[in-house]
Design a protein around this ligand. Structure first.
Ligand code: PLP
Length: 382
């Protein structure tokens, strides 16, 4: 059996999405900036996609800017806002994805922002009293705090954070890469100025995302050149990506209730089976707590063992694809900054199982059985 439990890293393309993209790859090849018929046809496809995305999150089409993905959308919001709004202070947390953390740190290094880190407890729960405190002395701040953590799955309360930001006239950007397509975001209800989406996290293509920027927010363009995306993002548009993103989000919203039920069921099964099969298993952050955790992610902490370093490798040999922390850092072998910030015991092993609509209960049973087998072997050897 081959099983893929690394859906927080990326997801399988939905065949319906591929079908929507194919005409743009095969027959509709006009440049959307051209004024002739083939160009106008592709322009219409882009604008329809923009309307779809806007409608789904209850925004206006002009508030959606397509980008190359979540990383670019995060960079665009942070780098593009500071200068025109004259912001001098930024607040984020050490648990953010590097797309936010490194961007905010670069702004600090270049002298554009003074940066403060929000306190959190050992389970990654943010200290919102600290946010109040920081904003009381530094109003007009750029605040960037994610909706769900990509490594441990902790969910933050966007409404509570947004209301605090609004009270202090702070600009609130939230990295919603892991929750877009998995929860319904309604920007008329959420007190946020910016949020982001990345299609490959919800069964769309890679290399395409978007930034929602609330009307009235002034943002400097990130890429200079032509007038695409209303002068906000120059360069010929990734048209099949844009169409694919809109289709993927449409499907995600259409089927969300069923998928959420299915995936939460898989997660509950994982937790119960792991607890039954592996002595001393724990869960990082609030990963095992229903309403405080993203239902697609389970971050498992395994008891110390000299063999923990080979855990992912051994699972891979058994055809179980998972991540240790975040796939984004595993290539550089840098370890997890999130688990370090939580003060996790480095001797314990960490596995992130992340699930999608395509996973099954049999796959959960297989993955746990393989892990238990590896773990039994270790206990005999150690
Ligand atoms: N933010 C979070 C929370 C993520 O999990 C990721 C990807 O893993 C990103 C940003 C980056 O998104 P993209 O791969 O679209 O650049």
């Amino acid at each position: 059996m081959n099983v893929y439990f690394d859906n927080a890293a990326t997801t399988q393309l939905d065949p319906e999405v591929l079908d929507a993209m194919l005409p743009l790859l095969q027959t509709h090849y006009g440049n959307p900036s051209s004024i002739h018929g083939p160009g106008r046809q592709v322009r219409a496809a882009i604008e329809n996609a923009r309307k779809t995305v806007a409608h789904l999150i209850n925004a206006a089409p002009a508030e959606i800017v397509f980008t190359s993905g979540g990383t670019e959308a995060d960079n665009y919001a942070a780098c593009g806002t500071v200068r025109p709004l004259g912001l001098r202070h930024g607040i984020t947390s050490k648990l953010e994805h590097h797309a936010v953390l490194h961007t905010m740190q670069a702004l600090e290094k270049s002298g554009q922002l003074q940066l403060s880190y929000l306190r959190h407890d050992e389970r990654g729960r943010l200290d919102l009293a600290h946010l109040e405190e920081l904003l009381a002395t530094n109003p007009r701040t750029f605040v960037s705090l994610m909706h769900a953590n990509n490594e441990i799955g902790n969910l933050n309360d966007l409404t509570a954070i947004g209301e605090i930001c609004a009270r202090h006239q702070a600009v609130f950007h939230t990295d919603t890469v892991q929750t877009m397509g998995h929860y319904k975001h309604d920007v008329q209800q959420l007190p946020v100025d910016f949020l982001v989406g990345s299609a490959h996290k919800f069964h769309g293509p890679k290399g395409i995302g978007f930034l929602y920027r609330r009307a009235g927010q002034t943002v400097d363009a990130l890429i200079q050149g032509g007038s695409q995306e209303r002068n906000q993002r120059a360069g010929t548009e990734n048209v099949y990506g844009i169409v694919g993103l809109a289709k993927a989000l449409e499907i995600a919203y259409r089927d969300m209730a069923d998928h959420q039920r299915h995936i939460q069921g898989l997660k509950d099964r994982f937790i119960a089976k792991l607890q039954a099969e592996i002595e001393g298993v724990e869960f990082n952050g609030t990963s095992a707590e229903g309403d405080q955790s993203l239902y697609t992610v389970l971050s498992v902490s395994l008891p110390p063992s000299a063999f923990n370093e080979m855990l992912l490798f051994n699972l891979d040999i058994s055809h179980v694809a998972v991540s240790g922390g975040s796939a984004c850092t595993s290539g550089a072998n840098a370890g997890s900054h999130v688990l370090s910030a939580l003060g996790c015991d480095p001797a314990r092993g960490t596995i992130r199982f992340s699930m999608s609509k395509y996973n099954t209960a049999e796959e959960v049973d297989y993955a746990v059985a393989q892990l238990a087998k590896i773990y039994q072997k270790r206990r005999v050897l150690s």
